[in-house]
Design a binder for this molecule. Structure first.
Ligand SMILES: *Cc1c(COP(=O)(O)O)cnc(C)c1O
Length: 222
């Protein structure tokens, strides 16, 4: 437990202040999550709706303090209602049909859902996300959906033992991010570039990430 706070504080102190950290909490206990929030973490990432429900269920319905819960895994359309009930942001918006399903289920007058568009930057079979070529068109479509507020982009780069080999993918993401922000699409913001995990976050930040998602380096190996 002490380890978790120490890990979080060490990583926090090594990163520039404008880089936000998502503590990627897959399969961690509520105690472990409470510990990292206590150490200062303000964003917790979960991969599954069910995991979020389990976590919040053991925390009286919400995370302590002002911590936010972000969905960082693929969302199935039949789980949209539950996702809306549990997450403050979805970082894995990866299709127009999902976006439309979300948009339909948010009631008039309630807050829009903040979302990042997930990009499959290397076109890997095993990963979800739109292709880089689809991005601009996708953003124009999303700008029509009033209940979704696009805040930026997210990617899960191909795993590379040597993170230097992931650098070109991060660089590509930065180009997409700046390209999209130049379009100035109404209602679409390019504030957040979420990329980099335990073995790659340092390189990702060098290439422009302002949000990193870290699991193992905070909570220890699974
Ligand atoms: C698990 C996960 C992470 C964190 O991975 P680590 O290598 O443990 O830091 C980041 N993003 C996503 C989408 C994940 O599923």
């Amino acid at each position: 437990m002490v380890q978790i706070s120490e890990n979080y504080r060490r990583i926090r102190s090594q990163l520039p202040p404008e880089v936000r950290i998502v503590a990627a909490a897959k399969n961690r206990t509520a105690d472990e999550v409470a510990e990292v929030i206590e150490a200062g973490a303000s964003i917790i990432g979960e991969n599954y709706v069910q995991e979020a429900e389990r976590l919040l269920g053991s925390m009286s319905g919400k995370l302590p303090g002002k911590a936010e819960l972000h969905l960082i895994g693929h969302l199935q359309r039949n789980k949209v209602n539950k996702a809306l009930a549990n997450f403050d942001m979805i970082q894995s918006l990866d299709s127009l049909s999902l976006a439309r399903a979300i948009n339909r289920r948010i009631q008039e007058g309630s807050e829009a859902l903040r979302a990042l568009v997930q990009i499959n930057v290397a076109g890997e079979e095993s990963k979800s996300g739109i292709t880089p070529e689809e991005l601009n068109g996708f953003l124009f479509e999303l700008s029509q959906l009033r209940h979704i507020k696009v805040m930026g982009l997210m990617t899960m780069e191909p795993y590379c033992e040597n993170p230097e080999r992931a650098r070109p993918y991060f660089r590509k993401m930065r180009e997409l991010f700046f390209g999209a922000s130049k379009l100035q699409i109404p209602g679409v913001k390019m504030h957040t570039l979420s990329m980099g995990m335990t073995n790659s976050y340092a390189v990702a930040v060098e290439e422009g990430a302002n949000m990193v998602r870290i699991g193992t380096a905070i909570f220890g190996p699974r």
